[in-house]
Design a protein around this ligand. Structure first.
Ligand code: GDP
Ligand code: ZN
Length: 441
């Protein structure tokens, strides 16, 4: 595919760094290279080079890498310029590339080209973005798994089985006199059940993968001094609390990100929820309530010496009725076995008591089934496609005796699954997916 335009973007993160990379992809790169560097490059070799302005002055010096298509990330000719990681130098270098005929790449445009040129399927391209955005080691590992094709292979297997079954059913349509007997003899019903069972297993794994991608959201409720900060630090433990800038969140929503056995857990602190006349604070409080609306679980932390206070009740009363609440009694090092009811979790953040049980309870309540090794990363879009495929398989089963309907439902199930890898997709969907990538990816 060579009809595209030459695109360029800074591929490294904004800000200063030791090295900054500019990536270009598309036609006319040999001419640009000649003008910028003054020589031709050997494919896949690191060349020390001086990058020059139109008047010959040196803009920067660094490494140039030349990947002629189709053996490149995008499948097109690709040039990578590794210069010094100064935003000013990179801006000059990018401007020079634009001067030489490239245009600014859109968000995700390199990955989109890789997809369109068959270098990656859609689930793999999404995994590139998910790897970059990974919020825990387990999330990163599972994104790599998807990038490597683990998810896509499961989908292909299911699609292949569906195709085989469809061929069987559609053959019957051509020979109506054989119909049901023929399908029975070929065990079409059993094959359908087998596919449905396998699809259910893929859904279970994908659900875990989505949890690794999105993370769980826990609302932390508790009076000042019950030990909320101490507990978060104790839970984060060795995995030192990682606080990142998460796209779409703002600093005025009090959030922390910790990892529980590799699952990213966003903790929304309700400490700042109080009546106020301050406009800025009000906005922050509204955001916190909005985050609470989308949470998976509330953790009510109590001082074992005091139990539930009026202040706690006031907050509990305002939580969405559907939000499950886990009551946890802290500071049991001071009270021994007293406090709380049977079944309540009892911990000491300070003395490190009861933390393993709490960790386990939290993970279970947000739907984590443990063992992240086999999990590939997944998105809501994928789960939605799997559920629609399941719906069509159910309908196919119900329509078994009406062979044309049976065949049609199998076709729809196959299409739904094919949306995951992008074999069946629309331009709109691609636009939505790739526009959320960062520039330069
Ligand atoms: P927060 O205001 O809810 O975040 O509470 P902090 O985590 O800041 O803790 C308040 C105080 O309680 C600190 O002095 C902690 O050392 C103490 N604390 C926290 N957890 C425990 C515990 O399990 N046992 C005891 N004895 N003290 C604790
Ligand atoms: Zn605190």
């Amino acid at each position: 595919m060579t009809t595209s335009e030459l695109i360029a973007a800074v591929a490294t993160a904004p800000g200063r760094g030791g090295v900054g990379v500019i990536r270009l992809s598309g036609p006319k790169l040999p001419a640009l290279t000649q003008a910028l560097i003054g020589r031709t490059l050997t494919p896949r070799h690191a060349h020390f080079a001086r990058f020059r302005a139109a008047d010959g002055t040196v803009l920067d010096e660094g490494i140039a890498l030349w990947f002629p298509g189709p053996n490149s990330f995008t499948g097109e000719d690709v040039l990578e310029l590794q210069g010094h990681g100064s935003p000013v130098v990179l801006a000059m270098l990018l401007k020079r590339c634009i001067e030489l005929g490239a245009r600014h790449a859109e968000a995700g445009e390199f990955s989109k080209r890789a997809f369109l040129n068959g270098k990656l399927d859609l689930a793999q391209a999404e995994a590139v973005a998910d790897l970059i955005d990974a919020q825990s080691e387990a999330a990163a590992r599972s994104a790599l798994k998807s990038l490597d094709g683990a998810f896509s292979r499961e989908v292909h297997q299911l699609v292949d089985q569906l195709i085989t079954l469809r061929m069987l059913v559609e053959a019957t349509l051509d020979f109506p006199e054989e119909d049901i007997d023929f399908l029975e003899a070929a065990d079409a019903r059993g094959k359908l059940a087998g596919i449905a069972a396998q699809l259910q297993a893929v859904l279970a794994t994908a659900t875990q993968g989505r949890l690794l991608r999105e993370g769980a959201h826990i609302v932390l409720i508790g009076q000042p001094n019950v030990g909320k900060s101490s507990l978060m630090n104790a839970l984060a433990g060795e995995d030192v609390a990682i606080v990142t800038d998460i796209a779409g969140t703002t600093r005025d929503t009090v959030r922390e990100l910790i990892q529980l056995d590799g699952v990213p857990v966003h903790v929304i602190d309700t400490a700042g929820l109080r009546e106020t006349d301050d406009v800025v604070e009000k906005i922050g409080i509204e955001r916190t309530w909005a985050a609470i609306e989308r949470a998976d679980l509330a953790l009510l932390l109590l001082d074992s010496r005091e139990g539930v206070t009026a202040h706690d009740r006031a907050i509990l009363d305002r939580l969405p009725a559907t939000l499950p609440v886990l009551r946890v009694f802290n500071k049991i090092d001071l009270t021994g076995e007293a406090g709380g009811e049977a079944g309540d979790l009892r911990v000491s953040a300070k003395a490190g008591l009861g933390l393993a049980a709490l960790r386990q309870a939290l993970l279970a309540r947000v739907g984590w089934q443990g063992e992240s090794d086999a999990v590939f990363i997944a998105r809501e879009r994928h789960l939605d496609a799997i559920r629609r495929a399941q719906g069509h398989l159910d309908s196919a089963g119900a329509a078994y005796l009406q062979i044309e309907l049976f065949a049609e439902e199998l076709r729809l199930a196959q299409n739904a699954l094919s949306e995951i890898t992008g074999a069946f997709t629309s331009d709109d969907l691609l636009g939505v997916i790739f526009s959320r990538f960062c520039i330069g990816k």
